[in-house]
Design a protein around this ligand. Sequence first.
Ligand code: SF4
Length: 217
Amino acid sequence: MTTDEILDELERRFPNAHCELLHRNVFELIVAVVLSAQTTDEAVNKITPALFEAFPTPQALANADIKEIEQKIRRIGLYRNKARSIQALAKAIAEKNGEVPSAMNELTALAGVGRKTANVVRSVWFDIPSFAVDTHVERIAKRLGLAKVYDNVETVEEKLKRKIKRERWNRAHHLFIFFGRYSCTARNPQCEGCAFASFCKKDKLAAYKEQQKIKSL
Ligand code: SF4
């Protein structure tokens, strides 16, 4: 199957694939992406409306009492660290007159913003072709053989960008996430009838992960 055929199949299955993090502007998006580290979009969506109601601007979040921020986000994991991260980020944005930049180097220069967060913001908000590699994208890329099981996230991103047409990067990112979230899940993928079963590397990836686990003991 070519990468175009893989994407066509995913488009057929997930025509509504989109960014599921609730946001009304780019500031809300970048904060939501930072909050989503190691938790689900669903969990983040439960806390962000009240957070942005209380602190609607970078300035407001930057000047907030840290305890109040913690209180608003305490239902997600790592909330103390995340409260500090989003406040530092809000301060950095406030210093730029409240504007979130679109250039990769400027985004990753902001406190708490890594390459993945920057790629999501560039793709979802600015519509700049980008490929954010999160846990779903990495797993799907490896199961579909678009990257090697041992590749790190930077290499996965590089390979996906090389193998997928630039004009499809932004859609492909959402399609991989929907496929990974709702079908090809980490623990119990729904393999029956999967169009990719004949070349799927699920077992190879699982064996590699097991090997890594044993090595780290
Ligand atoms: S066969 Fe299963 S593990 Fe492989 S791509 Fe399809 S759903 Fe995912």
